[in-house]
Design a protein around this ligand. Structure first.
Ligand code: F0G
Length: 370
């Protein structure tokens, strides 16, 4: 790598070949976002995540399918939340806010804490006690957020922060903040820009139901501007113990190993239903057992380590292909929402534990069984 006179980074190789520096999702998709020349852009250069082909998954389900994984765990704080957070925090700074608040199952709090730190804002985050993966909690803490563990559910925590934001000078950065979904829709833009077309199906986990709503909005906007000729069917997956939209009722005590989507009363319930209906898609549920099986398979056979909520999408794929609900020959994109390192406890519980050995060649060889 060398640096040109103008200060732009260049990579070696062909003379004159230059890799443009990724500017973050707001600069990249500025014309689709509610920002002006004077909006101060707070970015960690989020987005531009890889769209990875998944041939083993196709082999294991239906080899006629083209399957791609949108690996959102490779964002700066390890989840898709950074797309919405760059927007929410930039707009909060533009509005003169000094502090932000959110409820979270973990990833939103990690992202809010990081972007607030970047912007010099205070961050207050509420997480349901005992239901947040260790990595997420450590992120919020190290970025300097004030973290409160609420003795209740995510839904109760969200209710509390909404009320606080109504009466105190703090900006709510949950996905009920409209700028969050605006940023998150860039995930759909990227899928199209990487794939060169819209997929036939877009599969995604559903918790608070913001992301499925945002992706559908992104696809519709690209379709409106004739950047794609067709729209995907949106296919959502709840964890079976936390399936309010599927069961059409609020779940007071949601349960699932996929703590990120352990939500009983999604904020974007209505818009998610519209996305499902308008895209002629559908919503299904997957059990914790199916989620953990898919989680291991993804890590062992595709080399991709994503958190359990993300694996819900892969579990869903396996289920709906088996049920014959996916047209053979289709192109599918699966959003893998958060990195596996977020939740080391579940990883260690789901795999064989490392064994201790004395520091001798013979002892090591005996263990390896070579
Ligand atoms: N996957 C992961 C890893 C998540 O963190 C979330 C939501 C979802 C899927 C579901 O997305 O809510 O837009 O339907 N996490 C939120 C949080 C609730 O607080 O981090 P959704």
């Amino acid at each position: 790598m060398r640096t040109s006179k103008e200060g732009a980074a260049e990579c070696g190789g062909d003379a004159g070949a230059r890799h443009a520096v990724w500017p973050g999702v707001i600069e990249r998709y500025r014309e689709y976002l509610p920002v002006t020349e004077t909006t101060p852009i707070v970015t960690l250069l989020e987005g531009n995540t890889p769209l990875v082909p998944a041939p083993r998954l196709a082999e294991a389900t239906d080899p006629s399918l083209s399957i791609y994984l949108k690996c959102e765990g490779f964002n700066p704080t390890g989840s898709f939340k950074d797309r919405g957070m760059t927007m929410a925090i930039s707009k909060a700074v533009e509005a003169g806010s000094r502090a932000v608040i959110c409820a979270s199952t973990g990833n939103t709090s990690a992202s809010a804490a990081a972007f607030a730190a970047r912007a010099g804002l205070r961050a207050f985050v509420m997480v349901p006690r005992g239901s947040v993966a260790l990595g997420k909690l450590s992120q919020a803490a190290i970025h300097g957020a004030r973290v409160l563990m609420v003795e209740g559910s995510f839904d109760q925590a969200l209710d509390i922060v909404r009320r606080i934001a109504e009466s105190y000078p703090v900006t709510l950065v949950n996905s009920v903040n409209p700028f969050r979904l605006e940023g998150q829709k860039t995930g759909a833009f990227e899928v199209v820009d990487q794939l060169g077309r819209a997929p036939d199906y877009h599969l995604i986990p559903v918790g608070n139901a913001g992301n499925i709503t945002a992706y559908w909005r992104g696809y519709r906007e690209y379709h409106r501007d004739a950047k794609i000729g067709s729209l995907p069917r949106m296919v959502g997956f709840h964890a079976a113990g936390a399936a309010p939209i599927y069961e059409n009722r609020v779940i007071d005590e949601p349960r699932t190993v996929a703590t990120a989507i352990k939500i009983g009363n999604p904020a974007s319930w209505g818009p998610a239903l519209e996305a499902l209906r308008d895209s002629r898609g559908f919503l299904d549920v997957v059990t914790d057992e199916e989620i953990l099986r898919a989680y291991r398979m993804l890590a062992r056979e595709e080399g991709i380590f994503m958190e359990p909520a993300s694996a819900a999408t892969v579990a869903g794929l396996v289920k709906v292909v088996k049920e014959g609900r996916i047209e053979p020959g289709s192109t599918l994109v699966l959003t893998l929402t958060g990195h596996g390192l977020k939740d080391p406890d579940t990883a260690l519980e789901s795999a064989s534990r490392p064994a201790s050995v004395p520091a001798s060649l013979d002892a090591v060889l005996a263990q390896l069984g070579l």
